[in-house]
Structure formats: C-alpha cells, structure tokens
Ligand binder design. Sequence first.
Ligand code: OAD
Length: 310
Amino acid sequence: MPASDPLLERRRVASPPPTDPQTRAEALSVAARALRAAEHVCVFSGAGISAESGIPTFRDAQSGLWAQFTPQELATPEAFAAHPTRVWQWYAARRAMVRAAQPNPGHQALVTLASRVAHCTLVTQNVDDLHERAGSRDIIGLHGSLMRARCSAGCPGTMVPTDAMALEPPPCPACGALMRPDVVWFGESMPMPAFEAARSAAVACDVFLSIGTSNVVEPAASLPWISATHGATVIVVNPTMEGQRRGPSILPIEGPAGVMLPRLIAEAFAGRRARRHDSGGAAASRGAGAQDPTVDASVDAADESTPPAA
Ligand code: OAD
C-alpha cells in the first residue's frame, strides 16, 4: 500500500507502537490504550473463549463415550460417508451441551467492546452460538454452526435440528439425501466469502484481538500475523500462549478470556459512553449514548490481585 494510504495514516495515530511490557498489568494497560484509540477492532475468537462456559476446546472435546474416536473419525466428509449415524450423534451431543451452556464474561465483554468502538468486526472459528446469545451481531463465522444442518448432496438452504438427541440424520426434504451438520470439516474449505471478509478486516483494522485460539488451522491461523504485517497492534489473550508468535506489535495477555477480557475492556473504556451505531449491534439495541454500568463496575474487579480462574 502506498505510504499515503488513509488507513495506514489513521493506524499510525490510532495504535501507538507497543512498548515492551514486562508484566501482565503493563501488557493490559498498553493493550487498553491501543483499544481506546482504535477506530476499527477486529476480534478473532477460537474455542478457548467458550472454555469457561463449560464447552471443551476442540482438541479436548473427546471425552466419555467419544474418547475412543479421533477428530478425523468424527469431523471429516469420509467419516460421515462411512458412519453417518455416529457422526450425527456426536454433533447432536455437542449441540445439546452448547444449548445447556451460557455465554461467559468473555463473550459479554466483546458486546461492550462493540458498543465502544466505531467499527468492530467479530470473526469466530467457533461453531457454538454463544457469541450470538451474548448479544454480538454481524458475526463472521468461518467454520459454520452446530445449530444448523444442510443437505449432504448440496441442496440450498439449511434447517435447525430440533430433536437434540435424534439418533439418525434426517433426509433432505428436497432430494432425500442425508442432512449433515452445517460445519466445516477437516479436508473441506471454509466459505470463501466469509474468509475474504475476515481477511479484509484483518488488513484494515487498527487492533486485532485474538482470543482463545491455538492458531493451527490454516488459513484462519494466519489472520493475526497478516494483521500485524499490515500495521495493526495484535493483542493475544490465551492462558498458555503455546504456538503464538511473538514480535514487536504483538501483545500477549496471558490468562483466561473470561477474566482478562472484562479487565481489558474495563481499563480501555471506563467512563466512555456507548457509541451510536447505524445498524444492529448491542450499542444500537441499548440506545445511543447509554452508559453501560458494567464497564465502570468492572473497573474495580479489574484489580490485578484477582487471580485468573485457571
Ligand atoms: P483449539 O482447541 O485448537 O485451541 C484452543 C485454544 O484456547 C488453545 O490455544 C488454549 O490454550 C486456549 N484456551 C483454553 N482455555 C482458554 C480460556 N479460558 N481463555 C482463553 N483461551 C483459552 O481451538 P481453535 O484454535 O478454535 O476446526 O481451533 C481452531 C479450529 O481447529 C477449530 O475450529 C476446528 C479445529 O480443528 C474445524 O473444525 C475445521
């Protein structure tokens, strides 16, 4: 991009280059300053954000009955072709678990974030619906949704499976082929329009907030680093930081999302009123200019002495 690109000009003002924070409190405060100055924030979430809602991360998901199967035996087109009932039942069990779960303070903090910045894009790799149920809107879902099924032979349209524990995949009402979960399986491409929208946001944003993802499944895994090379400040929230890159524009905030995100958003936006957003979104539904009491209240809870919940 040419040096006169208005996006880059704006980013230089909006996101001061991070210093080299030595402690988590310093990292939180540098990250909060970057968020407060940002015009456009791109949030990128993975399974870790739902961990504190009791949904196991993808790599931990096999337990009990399902522990005998590898992800490849449950989440590939080949597995569905060979064992449609087994695959359908696994997804039915996961759907039931998600329906019984609730969004956690990490999901809720992102709703507040969207109401405080001029432009917030939420990209998720998750197939649960906890962001939606927390109140986030206009979500870019890269891997589909557990809550929908579609025709395995490609008929257009989706359905919502109502019988959570249905033993067999139902037939497509149009062609009779089996319905399958509307998720992206290993070996399948993610929907390109969704990925392109996510990539554009990663390139254009001032701050890229990566939460609870191991960054191993490409091409989504590269989004934070694409964003960093285009000049954004990248904030990474993860309790382990395993597999995360380090670098001058990357701010690691080590800890669980349900604890760290409320602290971060409280520090960034204490006292700042919700903005008027043109369409949808939490800010619009709460009313323009409304003061969100959870922001100021959580400032007190943002004391560094509070230990992270595991
Ligand atoms: P993973 O299961 O690979 O990684 C979960 C990440 O969350 C890890 O980095 C954990 O350290 C982190 N984590 C755990 N608890 C956390 C917490 N309380 N707060 C914040 N972070 C926490 O999940 P994803 O990265 O989402 O793809 O996996 C990406 C994709 O890989 C999935 O969508 C799935 C899988 O293969 C498909 O199904 C196509």
